[in-house]
Design a protein. Structure first.
Lengths: 522, 82
């Protein structure tokens, strides 16, 4: 099979392989489309967007729950050569508006009941965009979408398609240390290089049934979406509510006959601890991929004892590179490992360097920062040259992306993860810049001093703790504080616990003494 | 029933809101929709309710509909105990 030249061509390739087979199932709403139906739905969505004036290279904001509709609009943007920007539909509308203004979206797809709120939030930021309301919970099927909206043609008849592999495919916003999210720009070429690596590594067939657990604004979703559709396999969307419900997730494994699963270790741990994995028929499952954080070894061992048949892969990589190293776990027999598995060998489409703080290669076997280069690397951050300057380093005329992660090569090329250099942590696979939470809490009028730190508990869970000093000196109600956070932060950024101090401890240079705080909380 | 209500309140305060005065956790504080309880906390609460009152939750019952406030939790557990 010839490699697809665009992300949209992945869907076309799958459609040729399995025109009448299941393409996508929305498990939460019990709706599905075969390839022919889904391609038609995408075409209708593309026509709607095109008639509304969305052009090649312009941004389409998508603020919809995971559904056939949100997926169809994502492909519709690709068909037009536009750039899709998915955001968390369950997060604060102000954050969605901030992102949409930042990348100057032309059109936004949003739930019908939130259109007005979003319009107001955008107006407050001084940005205007065309907002199309869609309600995935109504009975409206995709082809009917067109008749629901009055659109004015712009006078062109043929949608543009991307020609240059460097054209952007999508922008994913991740947590930024300044308090503002940053937009990771991914080109067609970069996305396709990763998809091609997945195809070679996991050998999907039209018989496969892939889970789609991660939300579309999370980079794990790239594998979920494009790898099955390129191969005529099916994609099983797991809704936001079910995605947090381990009992339901275990049922879905059986009900959907999932063959390839991909999620964070946190979700697999939840299924192990609170679901009923042992009672489900998971005989179809052949592949379990996990990524986004370290999988505590005890939990992983229990999971493999319960489900010994599938192949297990530990995938590693920041959004900026997507997966850049991968480790296939050895068979469970006689495996007595008591430390986390390696993040693995560098993927075939990448080169790597391990360097010290002066960007000199470390002595083999020593710890150092992992640098990555290759066709899968992002095209830089959206309109943030100062962030690009921090993220990339040039060594002997070659530009490398600095992952900020410290690794060690024990000698066999299967890299071991040794920690982060800065104040970014992973919580349930999500990137959290502790500085972003601090910057948000600083906007709370009753707080005078704020320090946020992350700790790992005995079960290997990352907990976020907020250390606070109030203006009045009185402690605040945690109920009220959590409520305030729910309005201002994404759910995975809301601190797990709050601690009150008269004033926060300082270092000799008058900076917040994070080490001291950590010791006081321990 | 009043006893169950206080046990549930005490559990939530102790597990998820340490240091919070009991009087601020009124029967109508929204626990799930205001994200005072995250998904893991919600599951811990369900385990507590199942163990303490001999009721069982089906997958679709673990959510705001039955768990959002102390009032709703008590009503749901009562209805299950028959």
């Amino acid at each position: 099979m010839a490699a697809p030249a665009t992300l949209h061509a992945c869907l076309e390739a799958g459609g040729r392989l399995s025109p009448h087979e299941l393409a996508v199932r929305d498990t939460a709403r019990d709706r599905e489309a075969n390839y022919a139906e889904f391609v038609l739905g995408v075409d209708r969505c593309a026509e709607l967007l095109y008639k509304g004036g969305l052009l090649n290279g312009e941004r389409l904001g998508i603020c919809l729950p995971k559904s056939l509709e949100s997926l169809a609009f994502l492909f519709a943007a690709q068909k037009l050569g536009a750039v899709h920007v998915p955001v968390d539909a369950g997060g604060p509308i102000e954050r969605a508006a901030w992102i949409f203004r930042d990348c100057e979206v032309h059109t936004i797809i949003c739930q019908t009941h939130r259109v007005e709120d979003l319009r107001l939030a955008l107006e407050e930021l001084g940005h205007r965009a065309r907002i199309i309301g869609v309600n995935p919970d109504s009975e409206t099927s995709l082809p009917q979408l067109l008749t629901d909206h009055r659109v004015t043609p712009r006078g062109r008849t043929e949608p543009a398609t991307p020609r240059d592999p460097q054209d952007l495919a999508y922008i994913l916003y991740t947590s930024g240390s300044t308090g503002d999210p940053k937009g990771v720009q991914v080109s067609q070429q970069a996305a396709l290089a990763f998809i091609d690596w997945c195809a070679r590594t996991f050998a999907p067939t039209p018989k496969d049934r892939f889970s789609s657990h991660a939300p579309f604004h999370f980079d794990l979703s790239i594998l979920d979406i494009y790898v099955p559709l390129l191969h005529g396999a099916s994609l099983h969307l797991i809704g936001e509510e079910d995605g947090k419900n381990p009992i339901r997730l275990c049922e879905l494994l059986e009900d959907e006959g999932i063959t390839c699963w991909y999620s964070t270790p946190s979700i697999l741990s939840l299924m192990l601890d609170y679901g009923n994995l042992a009672e489900q028929d998971t005989s179809a499952l052949r592949l379990v991929n996990f990524a986004g954080e370290v999988f505590p070894i005890q939990q992983l061992r229990r999971l493999r004892e319960l489900l010994p048949k599938p192949e297990y892969w530990n995938l590693y990589g920041p959004t900026e590179t997507n997966v850049c190293t991968a480790h296939r776990l050895p068979g469970p027999e006689g495996d007595s490992r008591d430390t986390p598995y390696p993040i693995g060998g560098v993927c075939a489409h990448y080169d790597s360097l391990i360097v010290d703080h002066d960007n000199r290669p470390v002595t083999p076997g020593e710890e150092g920062l992992l640098l990555i280069d290759g066709p899968g690397v992002m095209s830089g951050y959206w309109k943030a040259p100062q962030l690009d300057a921090q993220a990339f380093v040039e060594i002997d005329g070659r530009r490398w992306y600095n992952t900020g992660d410290v690794v060690r090569d024990p000698g066999d090329g299967e890299l071991l993860f040794a920690g982060r250099r800065d104040r970014m942590v992973k919580k349930r696979g999500y990137r959290v810049e502790l500085g972003e939470i601090e910057a948000t809490l600083h906007r709370h009028e009753d707080l005078r001093e704020v320090a946020v730190l992350a700790r790992t508990n005995d079960q290997g869970e990352v907990r976020i703790s907020a250390c606070l000093a109030t203006r009045s000196g009185e402690r605040l109600s945690i109920i009220a504080l959590k409520g305030w956070c729910a309005k201002n932060l994404l759910s995975y950024m809301i601190p797990d616990d709050f601690h009150f101090f008269d004033s926060l401890p300082k270092t000799s240079t008058d900076k917040t003494d994070y080490q001291g705080l950590k010791e006081r909380l321990a | 029933m009043a006893e169950m209500r206080e046990e549930i309140r005490e559990f939530i305060l102790k597990e998820f809101l340490p240091g919070e005065p009991a009087e601020s956790l009124t029967d109508d504080v929204e626990l799930v929709s205001s994200r005072i309880l995250d998904s893991l906390a919600t599951l811990k609460l369900v385990t507590f309710l199942e163990d303490s009152y001999g009721v069982e939750f089906a997958a679709h019952e673990v959510g705001a509909e039955h768990l959002d406030t102390i009032d709703r939790i008590v009503a749901f557990v009562e209805s299950r105990k028959g």
